[in-house]
Design a protein around this ligand. Structure first.
Ligand SMILES: NC(=O)c1ccc[n+]([C@@H]2O[C@H](COP(=O)([O-])OP(=O)(O)OC[C@H]3O[C@@H](n4cnc5c(N)ncnc54)[C@H](O)[C@@H]3O)[C@@H](O)[C@H]2O)c1
Length: 252
């Protein structure tokens, strides 16, 4: 058997609207491995396009509008997924934002915005699927951290939100472990998505030079790690954070 068959599994993936984003790559890859995918995002237009693409390739997916920072929106998103596909087997908390500023100059709105989406959003999505998974004694949750958890100038909000996910991941792994649910985290390094657009060339080249493999990662390479953690093959792994960063974290 080849690895990572998700046939008939129902997966929720958040943050899917950017065609070149990590969430879209995960949605395509999960669907190609047999999962029925609920693609969830505040930006529904782009999400719909990704869903159409998945369907054209023979996969099963729906687009669900959802603001992960809003408890009612998250509840409605999970209800819609269950009414469409019957249950939830896998949750990938991928939605994330940056609002960079040096900490002295970071206004509280920027702090709240990033913490609300990246950390509270993941918590709300976990909470909304928890009973479904624990009742069935099976489930996979994958949170999306970042290389920034080691600390990054100008990203006090982002680094804190992603570091906070470690505590969330480990705590939920303990709370749900006896109920057959695994909770893990992937921490991408610099990855070629819209999030990196606008980074000045000098900084881009510097980032690249810090990577052991001397290149920027692709969304597919991040998706492959999420796929593995979502699969039956990862059944004895829980509470872990996996850097998928070409070795960038080694020397830090
Ligand atoms: N690209 C990188 O270099 C990199 C590195 C480390 C970690 N990450 C993390 O990987 C994840 C995906 O990053 P990406 O580069 O694909 O980013 P991206 O900006 O392409 O995608 C983020 C998605 O999240 C969605 N989103 C934003 N706020 C939302 C909300 N409130 N509710 C629902 N959806 C919302 C956006 O609409 C978008 O579709 C993020 O969590 C990011 O922090 C990315």
């Amino acid at each position: 058997m080849t690895c990572c068959d998700l046939k008939d599994k129902v997966a929720i993936i958040t943050g899917v609207s950017h065609e070149k984003g990590i969430g879209a790559a995960e949605a395509r890859m999960f669907a190609a491995h047999g999962a029925k995918v609920a693609c969830c995002d505040v930006a529904i237009e782009g999400t719909q396009k990704v869903v159409e693409e998945i369907k054209s390739a023979g996969g099963t997916a729906i687009a669900v509008e959802c603001n992960v920072a809003d408890p009612d929106s998250v509840k409605a998103m999970v209800e819609k997924t269950v009414s469409e596909f019957g249950t939830v087997d896998i949750l990938v908390n991928n939605a994330g934002i940056t609002r960079d500023a040096i900490s002295k100059k970071m206004d509280v709105e920027k702090w709240d915005m990033v913490l609300n989406v990246n950390l509270k959003g993941a918590f709300l999505c976990c909470q909304a699927v928890a009973s479904i998974m624990t009742d069935r004694k099976s489930g996979r949750i994958i949170n999306t951290g970042s290389i920034a958890i080691v600390g990054n100038v100008g990203q006090a909000n982002y680094a804190s939100s992603k570091a906070g996910l470690i505590g969330l991941t480990r705590t939920l792994a303990l709370e749900y472990g006896r109920k057959g649910v695994t909770v893990n985290m992937i921490s991408p390094g610099a990855t070629d998505t819209q999030m990196l657009e606008g980074v000045p060339e000098k900084i881009y080249d510097f980032i690249k030079s810090e990577v052991a493999l001397n290149r920027i990662g692709t969304p597919k390479e991040i998706a492959a790690a999420a796929l593995f953690l979502a699969s039956d093959e990862a059944s004895f792994i829980t509470g872990q954070n996996l850097f998928v960063d070409g070795g960038m974290s080694i020397g830090l």
